[in-house]
Ligand binder design. Structure first.
Ligand code: PLP
Length: 437
């Protein structure tokens, strides 16, 4: 006889709150999902929506390298279906070492590399292996999900509101008040959601602040101030905005930095789940059982194929160049279109496209009265106006922890074609024209 367990679950609603720990009950999912739900509702009603909300790629527009797909199939055919080593397969770890030597002029020992299923387990691993309950963690807002890792690890979060003139990046002056007590500073460059890249000078000042503080702590035998450097978009930078790491500026930062990376963004492989971090070997040694007990390693065929392709990227000749040209073309088309509107007196502006797949766009509509008497009182009303009247879906920076009603939105081009961008610009212009002047 079949046993229908659905009735069991229906009959015990009180367990929903009681079964799990209060800590886990308090964990929040992504706030972008609510917007995604709204977009899907509109689509199911047959409305055309330009979905600029997703930090992901449309595989039809931006596929993963073909050589990666072939490599994974080969590894599956070769029976690579058992457990990989908890730190990652040697092919991948060595390929990461060689990649950083080739592209970043940094030579790490292999023991510094530990693999994870995407960038998230190494991020979680960095928090879990460094942070004790109540430890202060300083991070910028807007930022992607740092608040959740802070919560998960019971850290004391110090979100710092960044400024557009600093590219929405933390500055040393903003970190300074926390430097005596903080255990970790989190930096992400190129940054989600702002699409900006930290400048060498900005990062130098932060590194010097951390190194000075750590000299002081070393004298007292205190635990050092660490940096989590989230570099998942590092190979997607445009124009003069070069990616730089703390270790290139101050090699001593290697002792205090966990740098996180993955193929998710620069090979458009968000679903394959191949990531890693590089860190001092004594940190990766402690992360090993953590990632191992969670089983949060990438699948073995994906790891080996990634390692093999990284070792010989000529098999994916010009993949990265093509991807960058495509993403940059979309971002710059948007940027220039927005700048044209701004010149024409429309209440819109943006930052330069610098990196990743995002553009920071400011729409200054709150409190303005349109020619037809329409008044949009807050950011949510502006977002809803763009979506419902123009079919343009974007995410307010408030969803990334930034103060409400700033007018700043993240525009993501990972699922858009150039035609889409043209259409979006046309629609934005007609939505904003009633509010001109
Ligand atoms: C800044 C940043 N870090 C990490 C991640 C997570 O990457 P992964 O999908 O490899 O876990 C994302 C994903 O959007 C991100 O934007």
């Amino acid at each position: 006889m079949t046993i229908d367990l659905r009735q069991q679950f229906d009959s015990a609603p009180e367990l929903a709150d009681l079964a799990c720990s209060p800590h886990v009950n308090g964990l929040k999912g992504s706030s972008i999902l609510a917007i995604a739900g709204e977009v899907n509702d509109l689509k199911s009603q047959g409305r055309q929506v330009h979905n600029l909300t997703i930090g992901d790629f449309d595989a039809q527009v931006f596929p993963v390298p073909g050589a990666l797909v072939d490599g994974i199939k080969e590894q599956l055919d070769a029976g690579m279906t058992n457990y990989p080593p908890a730190v990652g397969v040697p092919e991948l770890r060595q390929a990461v070492v060689d990649l950083y030597e080739r592209e970043l002029d940094l030579v790490y020992p292999v023991d510094s590399v530990i693999a994870g299923s995407g960038a998230r387990p190494p991020i979680y691993g960095a928090f879990a292996s460094i942070i004790s309950e109540g430890d202060p963690v300083v991070y910028p807002v807007p930022s992607w999900n740092v608040n959740h890792y802070v919560y998960l690890n019971k850290a004391q979060g110090h979100p710092i509101v960044t400024r557009p003139e600093d590219g929405f990046m933390l500055t040393a002056a903003q970190i300074e008040p926390y430097v005596r007590t903080a255990r970790m500073v989190v930096i992400n460059s190129p940054q989600n959601p702002s699409g900006t890249v930290i400048e060498r000078e900005q990062l130098t000042e932060i590194c010097d602040l951390i190194l000075d503080e750590n000299k002081r702590r070393a004298g007292l035998g205190e635990r050092p101030l660490m940096m989590l450097y989230d570099a998942v978009y590092w190979r997607l930078t445009y124009g003069a905005h070069a990616f730089v790491t703390p270790m290139n500026i101050r090699p001593e930062m290697a002792n205090y930095t966990v740098m996180v990376d993955a193929i998710s963004k620069w090979w458009c492989a968000t679903g394959l789940r191949v990531g890693w971090c590089v860190a001092p070997p004594w940190v990766t040694a402690r992360m090993k059982p953590l990632i191992g007990h969670m089983g949060a390693w990438p699948s073995k065929p994906d790891q080996i194929a990634t390692g093999n392709l990284l070792a010989d990227e000529s098999k994916a000749a010009d993949y990265l160049g093509h991807l960058k040209r495509q993403v940059r073309a979309r971002l710059e088309l948007l940027q220039h279109g927005i700048e044209d509107m701004e010149r024409d007196g429309l209440p819109i502006s943006c930052l330069d496209a610098q990196g990743a797949i995002y553009l920071s766009m400011k729409i200054d509509l709150i409190g303005r009265t349109g020619s037809d008497g329409l008044v949009l009182n807050d950011e949510e009303a502006v977002r809803s106006y763009l979506l419902h009247e123009g079919g343009i879906a974007v995410v307010p920076f408030a969803a990334f922890g930034y103060p409400e009603d700033s007018g700043w939105f993240r525009v993501s081009v990972g699922t858009t074609s150039m035609d889409d961008v043209h259409a979006v610009l046309g629609k934005l212009r007609s939505l904003l024209t009633p509010f001109k002047g």
